[in-house]
Every structure is written in C-alpha cells, then in structure tokens.
Design a protein around this ligand. Structure first.
Ligand SMILES: [Zn+2]
Length: 288
C-alpha cells in the first residue's frame, strides 16, 4: 500500500517546493508548466464535469465503495433539463452527492460551445443562475455561492473567459485563477481547472501533465504499464466526466483501487480555495 512508486517529489522549477504548514492548508505552486497543489503526501483530486446524469449514479457508487471523495462541477441547464421526472432525479443526485461528502460546484449554465464573445454581464448571469439552480436543488437559500467554480473549457479556450481570468500570478492556462467580471453586475470568483486527465477513450489532445496517459485510453492494466512519470503528480487535479463512466463503473473502480495501491490519497476542492491577488503563491486549498 505504501510502496514508494510514482512521483515522490515535484520536479519543477523554483517555487515548487512549498513548505506545508502543520495543518492541512497547502500553498499552490506555479511551475510554469502545470498547475500543482504541492502536497505533503500523494494527494490527488478527482473532478467530474458536466453532470448530473446517469453516469453520476455509476460514479457515486464507485466512490462509495472505494471510500473516495471527489468534486463535481455541474451545469445549471443540465440540473434543470429534461422531463420533470428527470429534474427530480437530478435534484436527488445533488442531494446524495452532498450527503456523501462530495464537493459540488458551478460549471456555468451551459458548456463552452454555448459561449462566444459573451459580455461579462452574460457570464456573470450564467454563473449566478447556476448557483441559484444548485441551491434550489439542495433546498438552500437562493443566494448560496458555490466555489471554486470551473469555467467550461477550463477557461483556456474562450476569449471571454481568458480575458476575465485575472491573476498576475497564474495565467488562465495554468488551470487556476481569479475570475473577475466587471460591469453592472460585477462578480469575483475562484476558478479551478485541471492538470491531468482520465478518459476512457483518450481523445483529448492536451497533455498538460502526463504525456504517457493521453490518447491511450484507460484499460485494466492502465496504471502499471506506465512509468511513474506517466502517473499523476502530487496535487494533480484530475479531469473526468460522469457520463463517460456510465457503462464502465468496474473500470473506474479498478483505476481508483490501483491508484490507492500505488499510495495515492484523494482530496476534494472545497470552497476554501482562495486565489491570492499577488505574489508567486497563487492560492491555497484545504485537503481532507
Ligand atoms: Zn465541461
């Protein structure tokens, strides 16, 4: 279980070796190549985007059986989509996620394909509308705020998002930043992206963290086949999508169990993520 396989240190430039305070708070290191939460142990963060949907149910049962907590970034339009029966089901899914200790947050009302050069006001509205819809599903006050959010397309591919992600320390493509939308409806939120991808059929063309994994597809012997370099680094934020696992919960379970055997622990990205407005240390995350 504690076999020293995989990344033991963060192998990057100055600033990446961050002293971790005695409590669980950890500073974020900007490596210039990928975005890392420098972790005391091999802690990684599973994040599931674009839900809720049937895949959420499959994922939740796997997470329960492996005792792993994760973050879910939800679309307001998906929560509120389909028949009244489907909406009811989605609301139950959200309640279950929270009940089981997962972190849920805001992935805007729709996905990136729905956004062009939108005005800050439109984006702010999309975020707030989604907050309200998630809050309603959970029976919380309408003004509830869910943080950190994740912008569609990770905030990297849409001009409006890139412009709105203002952080002198962390460019949008580093995967985390402070979203500042000005105008009549000003809004300030934290955005958290991802640095590593698990995808059952491996079609993404980005290799932000681990060149060995991308494009190969996940198989039962996925993890052992690759060198430590091809595995998630300490603090990696892992992108997944609920819907991709709907028919393969057993595969997801094997991947998670294998990661546990390799000594990884799993944290969630809480609303306590804070992005500093200055300095090299870009923010903090509380792992649990
Ligand atoms: Zn998405």
């Amino acid at each position: 279980m504690n076999e020293p396989i995989g990344p033991q240190t963060v192998e990057s430039g100055p600033g990446s070796t961050v002293e971790v305070p005695k409590r669980t708070e950890q500073k974020v290191a900007d490596t210039g190549r990928e975005h890392l939460f420098a972790a005391a142990s091999k802690t990684i963060y599973l994040t599931f985007d674009d839900g809720p949907n049937d895949g959420t149910d499959a994922v939740v049962s796997v997470l329960e059986s492996t005792k792993v907590k994760a973050s879910f970034f939800l679309h307001g339009s998906v929560v509120a989509g389909g028949s009244s029966e489907n909406i009811k089901k989605n609301e139950q899914r959200l309640k279950q996620l929270v009940k089981q200790g997962h972190h849920i947050s805001n992935h805007l009302w729709k996905h990136i394909s729905a956004y062009g050069d939108e005005s800050p006001a439109t984006l702010a509205d999309s975020i707030e509308r989604t907050d309200r819809r998630i809050a309603r599903a959970l029976g919380r006050p309408a003004r509830s705020t869910f943080d950190p959010i994740r912008l569609p397309g990770d905030g990297r591919f849409n001009k409006s998002f890139v412009n709105a992600l203002q952080s002198s320390a962390v460019p949008a493509h580093q995967g985390m930043g402070q979203l500042v939308l000005t105008g009549p409806n000003p809004l300030r939120r934290s955005h958290v992206g991802w640095s590593f991808e698990f995808y059952p059929v491996g079609t993404f063309k980005r290799r932000p963290a681990s060149p060995d994994w991308e494009g190969t597809g996940v198989t039962a012997d996925y993890l052992p086949r690759y060198s430590p370099r091809g595995r998630p680094r300490n603090g990696a934020i892992i992108l997944l999508h609920d819907m991709h696992w709907v028919k393969q919960p057993a595969l997801l379970r094997r991947v998670i169990v294998k990661l546990q055997e390799l000594g990884y622990r799993f944290g969630t990205l809480e609303r306590t993520v804070r992005v500093a407005s200055r300095g090299a240390a870009a923010g903090a995350v509380v792992a649990r």
